[in-house]
Design a protein around this ligand. Structure first.
Ligand code: AR6
Length: 199
């Protein structure tokens, strides 16, 4: 049977004259809050966190270092640095993911915080970007629970109070499918700073 006249010339196939309803577009991941995000402050070692992804306060080489970065690489095992090598480093304020290897967490999201230079060198925006980009990467991975260390507040010298404010405000204001964020303080003071801001 030939196609009705209106369809002739539209397709090379004569059987193709069923008009399909438009296919609904799939939602882009990470653009919606399917459930409200819960944000918690805890104190401890982030390498023990049994979440989908832990965030690493790395340096731009992504090849390991001291502080939380060193602890994460030691706990994940030597496969972690091998997985980081092909990533070709990371800019300050950006984030990239690897597997978690021997960690309880399935993924590590490596972000590079700013070095504190007195506050006039765009540090606040770069630190906020670390939290935002890490949540975006978490969404791309499909992670639903993420643990953050206090990025930049150790070796990079960011004042703890201001960093805690940026951490809480940015996590709360970033649209994401992540359902649980754990702000992991290594020390008592940082935990209190988080708790005050979350109250
Ligand atoms: N679990 C949770 N938090 C931790 C842990 C841990 N195991 N260990 C340290 N912290 P830092 P930065 C806290 O210095 O300032 C590295 O050499 C720590 O008390 O790890 O972003 C990188 O390679 C502090 O509150 O990261 C870079 O070169 C917070 O983690 C540079 O340090 C961040 O301290 C990055 O410096």
């Amino acid at each position: 049977m030939a196609a009705p006249e209106a369809f002739q010339g539209c397709h090379s196939c004569n059987y193709n004259f069923v008009i399909m309803p438009p296919i609904p577009r799939r939602r882009k991941p990470g653009r919606y809050h399917p459930r409200p995000m819960r944000v918690e402050a805890v104190q401890g070692d982030i390498t023990a966190e049994a979440v989908d992804a832990i965030v690493n306060a790395a340096n731009s080489s992504l090849l390991g270092g001291g502080g939380v970065d060193g602890a994460i690489h030691r706990a994940a095992g030597p496969e972690l640095v091998e997985a980081c090598r092909p990533l070709g480093g990371c800019h300050t304020g950006d984030a990239k993911a690897t597997s978690g290897f021997r960690l309880p967490a399935r993924w590590v999201i490596h972000t590079v915080g700013p070095v504190w230079r007195g506050g006039g060198a765009g540090e606040a925006e770069l630190l906020a970007s670390c939290y935002r980009r890490s949540l975006e990467v978490a969404d791309e991975l499909g992670a639903r629970s993420v643990a953050f260390p206090a990025i930049s507040t150790g070796i990079y010298g960011y004042p703890a109070e201001e960093a805690a404010t940026i951490a809480v405000n940015t996590v709360r204001s970033t649209p994401s499918s992540v359902e649980l964020v754990r702000l992991v303080a290594f020390d008592d003071r940082t935990r209190r700073l988080y708790e005050e801001r979350l109250a």
